[in-house]
Design a protein around this ligand. Structure first.
Ligand SMILES: [Fe+2]
Length: 324
């Protein structure tokens, strides 16, 4: 894994750090390149990740995609492998072309929560200076063997995305690029969890920031920045075919406020209006945010009341985390 076995095992969190390439030019509002040495950390080596997967599997936090997906596919995943194999088997055969497992919300395991907090500790000052206190820190680890992809999608959180092993190409688009994802499609995702209208078209590729990343490389991107990955079999050497990355995600008062504005904008749009998106007007945002907060609370309360009555549709509605 790049470092020798002894190097790896002697590394602890206090030996590792993450830093942005351009501290003077870094902003939480735009895509930025970074570096780190967390790929040497014992908790990010395959045997430890297998142990983690065994702890997460009963919680349905191991996720699997169906074979043959492309970057244009819907980002659908399931909590059981498509062929029903055990976690042990998944890891025993992880080097087989097309293997893919994601470990979701690793922060539920205390030793990983501590590690995520350590990673963000490197940048806490710069983040909090611009966006206020970080909260709801989550970690998503993707382990795969080429050829593999993570389909085009957006997330609610800000993301420090770190490459831990192998090689991938990560494409990220500006979160403000309305050609790639229209503002009402962002609203659908934030308010109703739908990625139905977040879809890759070939002509979008040229508009992306493309990062060819290896262990020790990383990228920061803000909430709702479209992104996707791919890995190619030609990059893998025999006996070292696995690609591992982690997204360290978090909310801030800025992401929460944007979600509140999406809540109210969705209602306005249903009334035939074309409201300004979050960040376009500070004065308008200041009026909308408190109303959006109440809208989010009302939606969540309604869902709680209806859930026992309705087992489908709105009965399953869950308010987006961090939206109010
Ligand atoms: Fe993502």
């Amino acid at each position: 894994m790049g470092a020798s076995h002894m190097d790896r095992m002697s590394s602890t969190s206090s030996d590792c750090r993450m830093w942005v390439d351009d501290p003077a030019g870094f902003s939480t509002g735009k895509v930025g390149r970074l570096h780190h040495d967390y790929h040497r950390h014992p908790l990010f080596q395959l045997p430890e990740l297998e142990a983690l997967a065994k702890e997460l599997s009963p919680l349905k936090q191991c996720r699997f995609v169906r074979p043959g997906i492309t970057q244009s596919s819907a980002f659908a995943h399931d909590s059981v492998p498509p062929d029903g194999r055990s976690i042990e088997d998944v890891f025993r055969r992880i080097e087989e072309p097309g293997s893919w497992i994601a470990l979701y919300d690793v922060e539920v395991i205390p030793r990983y929560k501590e590690l995520l907090d350590h990673i963000l500790g490197n940048v806490r000052d710069v983040i909090e200076r611009e966006q206020g206190e970080m909260f709801q820190v989550t970690g998503f680890i993707f382990i795969s063997a080429p050829p593999s992809v993570t389909p085009f999608h957006i997330d609610r959180e800000n993301n420090f995305w770190l490459m831990l092993h192998g090689r991938k190409v990560l494409n990220v688009w500006d979160h403000t690029d309305r050609t790639v994802v229209p503002i009402d499609a962002v609203e659908d995702f934030i308010v109703a969890h739908s990625l139905r209208r977040v879809r890759l078209k070939d002509e979008y590729r040229a508009r992306s920031h493309e990062f060819d990343v290896r262990a020790g490389d990383g990228v920061y991107f803000p909430s709702t920045s479209p992104h996707m990955t791919r890995s190619d079999p030609e990059w893998a050497a025999a006996g070292d075919r696995v690609a591992i990355s982690i997204g360290v995600n978090f909310y801030t008062p800025v992401t929460r406020r944007a979600a509140q504005i999406h809540q109210i904008n969705r209602l306005l749009r249903k009334c035939g209006l074309s409201p300004a998106g979050p960040g376009e007007s500070a004065a308008v945002d200041a009026v909308k945010a408190p109303i959006g907060k109440l809208t989010g609370i009302a939606r969540s309360s309604l869902a709680r009341v209806l859930r026992p009555i309705l087992h489908k549709g709105m009965g399953r509605y869950k308010a987006p985390p961090g939206s109010f």
